[in-house]
Design a protein. Sequence first.
Length: 404
Amino acid sequence: MKLYLDLLRTAGVGRIIAAQLTARFPSGMLSLAYLLHVEHLFHSYGAAGLVLAATSIGQAVSGPLTSRWMGRWAMRPVLILTTLVCASTMVLVALLPEGTPLPVYMVVGLLGGLAFPPVQPAVRTIYPKMVTSRQLTPLFSLDASAQEIIWVAGPVVTTFIATQISTVVAILVAVVFCVGGGAWFIFSPEVGRVRIPRSKRAFGKVLTRPTVLVVTIVGFVLIGACAAIEASVVASFGEGSVESGAVLSVFAVGSLIGGLALGHAPVGSWSLGKRLVIFFVGAVCTVIAWEFWTLTAAVLIAGIAIAPALAVMFAAVSSSVKFSDTAEAYGWVGTGQLIGAAAGSAIAGVMIDHFDAHGGFLAAAAFGLFAAIIPLVAVRALPDLRGRDASPIPDTEPVQTLRS
């Protein structure tokens, strides 16, 4: 813990972590808030699913693009524009009059997804400029662990407000976090001080970096497995049950514990594969679990590996690309994770319909197997950061000299 306390004492680190978590808090609220709100209006989970799908597609498409824009127009203008547009679409979804056709909600959801603020790529681009090279990997681990607060508290806050007050208020609370947290983050001094150089590479070229490609694919299957586990847990105990909420909370808490426990560990080429083998073991255990306590133990094992794996992925990307490409690289990684979440939920849903919850856990185990195998097979694409700096590769410019 001394390592993390030293990190939080570093000028600006505690503030920027708190600000970006607040700005990203709607990520843990919006899916459930939209689901409950649209289902209430149309009395159809299918209709709600279409709105969520449109929103997710927008986020997946825009992630790398808006991240790259930050190198062209600076972080603050891009973050201000996207925050205002995204918040406006959330207000529209909440306040559109009854009788509004479903396609209108889908279009608004798509626009909101396209404008989702690239806070995550921004903050992970800022981190290397705030701490020493020795502190960077632990900072990525602390960040990956702290974000579990979003996924634990967000759904709880949303469910309470939606059921006790209204779904409209639940969405508007998410708007408050989006605007308030966004303003806190945007006007943090670190955001103004860090300038991302304009990338000279074509859009998408960063994916030709083997490390970025491997991390993007691993993120796809890892988050797909997580989404499949979450859907299967709900199917095991029923939507809204206390048991499913408790198991999913343990899943997130396990990730938090794992991230804090392993944040100081040296990162070698095999580190990602080793962590994801642990995740795979936990995913397999969910298949053979037979009641609440065994399933809780299984997701705890799987959860312990998630934040440590994400921290290794962030450090690997950071150390493998030029500083001007980091934001776009993290944008692609985020897109892979979003598509993985959608694919994992969809495949698990089909398996649950045909084989009950165990079918969904089988899908999660299959995703987990690929998540473990890929970094082991592609180990040469992953950097060995033991004793090395995880900071991005500096951008260099030709310097003119005077000849005498």
